[in-house]
Design a protein around this ligand. Structure first.
Ligand SMILES: *Cc1c(COP(=O)(O)O)cnc(C)c1O
Length: 432
């Protein structure tokens, strides 16, 4: 039943509002948000320039953003779109994913990675994660492929062919791409990277091998996010990069209604007025005012990453003696984008749950988050494909221990220290 707002309720709310606030524990310093984007005067001036230009949908600034981004990740082709979700969808469409086929998707990810498989009527086969990095576990991917082939997954029809794999670089720490590529070759799979967290990031096979940027031919298609709280942002936005011209052209076509050439060419006088609908495409293009933010975000991306890296190192140093806290792994063969700083609680050291720790942090004015409740524990995937906690045992256990702490370039060292001190006192107060 819908709650009713009575006149007396309204009066009593008004009357006790101040008193209630006074009873709550007041934080001693300003609240620390989970994230704050880094938008400067350059972005504001560029947006203003675009707004005054009279061309405010996809146009010259979007083209510039695509070029700048392609250069930044050393990719031959880049297509700017209105979200990473759109980029992922365009990627699997261009690779020919069809209804009834299957795709390996990590259970440790955001909704988007699996839903775009469903957009095509295909089936996401959920794969467990590594207990430390939370990245996809290739051994479990192998087990899941065999389980599909032998018809042992109740929610996946035995005749479903596994076509591809969509690894996620959780928090910005890249997966082992050599192992992933070998696995994909062995099973004739395409790879679409969900690199929503991984710009800028890099990987190398060993200290003797050269660095490879995320997006630099690391997969068939690599998809980035410029959502409001990602490492660089346009508010909403995404980018698909690839090195295959035919795949790039298909994504370009499908991102704007399947028209034979785009509106920029059509309206600017650069192209013919007449267009042809050659496929039932989507409306996924990026608009120039957002690309105007993007060009400056790309330019400062490495500086922002270095700042996040320094904050992450500070957190890990300061928390070294906290028995109840496991800090995120680092790896000398990765350049970490540090989109997230996820800690894992050792619940055997504490008398309270992860959720209670989050509540305590919130009461102290510290914003935090959890990445993520794994997909196999969400009602849609449980009910539609019969997934249960035992299907991905590592993710089922580790997610109950995860907390992502505030991490963004303008976070001060004083605030980062306050986060650690608050966590320290929570661990002390509730030690087992
Ligand atoms: C944020 C995110 C997405 C979706 O990005 P949008 O740009 O919001 O569509 C996809 N995958 C992961 C892992 C994400 O964190």
């Amino acid at each position: 039943m819908a709650p009713e707002l009575s006149l007396t309720d309204k009066h009593s709310n008004k009357g006790t509002g101040g008193a209630t606030a006074a009873v709550q524990a007041a934080p001693l310093r300003a609240p620390i948000p989970f994230f704050r984007p880094d938008i400067g005067d350059e972005e504001r001036a560029e947006v203003d320039k675009v707004l005054r230009s009279g061309w405010i949908t996809s146009g010259p600034t979007t083209e510039r953003f695509q070029r700048d981004f392609a250069t930044a990740v050393c990719a031959p082709f880049a297509i700017a779109v209105n979200s990473c979700t759109a980029a992922l969808h365009l990627a699997v469409e261009a690779l020919g994913l069809r209804s009834g086929e299957a795709v390996l998707v990590p259970t440790m990810t955001f909704a988007a990675t699996a839903e775009i498989v469903r957009y095509q009527g295909a089936i996401p086969v959920l794969v467990d994660c590594d207990p430390e990095t939370c990245n996809i576990d290739i051994e479990d991917a192998e087990r899941k492929i065999q389980a599909v082939k032998s018809g042992k997954l109740p929610g996946v029809p035995a005749e479903a062919t596994v076509r591809g794999i969509i690894p996620v670089h959780v928090g910005g720490l890249m997966c082992d791409m050599a192992r992933l590529k070998q696995f994909a070759r062995d099973h004739r799979l395409w790879i679409v990277e969900d690199a929503a967290h991984a710009f800028p990031a890099a990987w190398r096979g060993a200290a003797s091998k050269p660095w490879r940027r995320c997006g630099e031919r690391t997969a068939d298609v690599t998809c980035f996010s410029f959502y409001a709280n990602k490492t660089i942002t346009t508010g909403e936005g995404g980018m698909a990069v690839c090195s295959d011209e035919a795949i790039a052209q298909r994504m370009k076509l499908m991102c704007l209604h399947g028209l034979s050439h785009d509106a920029w060419g059509r309206y600017s006088g650069k192209g013919p007025w007449d267009y042809r609908i050659v496929a039932p495409g989507f409306k996924y293009n990026m608009a120039d005012p957002l690309a105007a933010i993007g060009v400056h975000q790309v330019a400062k991306a490495e500086r922002l990453r270095v700042r996040r890296e320094a904050l992450a190192a500070f957190y890990s140093d300061e928390m070294r003696d906290l028995e109840a806290v496991e800090t995120p792994p680092i790896n000398s063969d990765r350049i970490h984008a540090w989109h997230l700083y996820p800690i894992r609680l050792r619940l055997d050291c504490l008398r309270i749950s992860r959720n209670e720790v989050i509540t305590a942090l919130k009461e102290a004015g510290i914003g935090c988050s959890v990445h993520w409740r794994p997909l196999h524990l969400h009602p849609y995937y449980r009910e539609t494909f019969d997934w249960s906690p035992v299907d991905c045992p590592v993710a089922s256990e580790v997610w109950e221990r995860l907390i992502s702490l505030p991490l963004f370039p303008s976070l001060s060292l004083e605030d980062a220290a306050a986060v650690v001190e608050t966590l320290r006192s929570i661990c002390r107060d509730y030690a087992r």
